[in-house]
Design a protein around this ligand. Sequence first.
Ligand code: SF4
Length: 217
Amino acid sequence: MPIYKLEPLRKVWEQEYTLWGRIGTLLGLKRRVTDAELAEWKELIYNSCTLCGRCSMVCPVGNDIVAMVRKIREGMAAAGHAPAEQILASKRAVTQGSPMGVKLPTLQAQIKRLEKETGSTIPMDAVGVEYMVILSSMEIMSFPEYLSAIAKIMLQAGKTWTISSEAFETTNSGIQIGSSDIARELVSRVVNAAEKLAVKTVISPECGHAYTAIRWE
Ligand code: SF4
């Protein structure tokens, strides 16, 4: 169950922040969490949680489990136990603007192809429009029809919208890996782009961690 992923965090809390836990650790009755144990927990803490937040939403006693999963990831990343793939994805997100390494020319090529195929218009860097749409790299690469669907909906609804060439990526690798600094940097890019283009609203795809980052943090 989701809460089980937090077992190393619970152990550390008990040993560091409770009186009996501290006494037990001092007397050698409780074993400290080791690096080897953390390495074993990597699979459950990272690979088996998308940070969707559904467990927090339905928890019968109101535990915000996803917030604690993020907290334990902060510890795992700081202890050097983040998965290698995720470290690379975070680096790409910071240096290239996308965890999958999807750069602006790729997005522009997809837009050009879609506009040609569907006859729809997909605006880039339009100033003063109502909505700025952000995307995940996965959508750009694997589900580009998502973009032409948005174009059709906006046209039908009579709404103005745009994509920003400076912040088109939704995925927040900082939150995924457990690094507040990277998370802040990636959210700031979206906020800065939205302010620069003077849009009223940012639309994020359905994505538990990315929506949380943009909406609440
Ligand atoms: S956040 Fe989503 S994926 Fe992660 S433990 Fe909760 S329900 Fe499962």
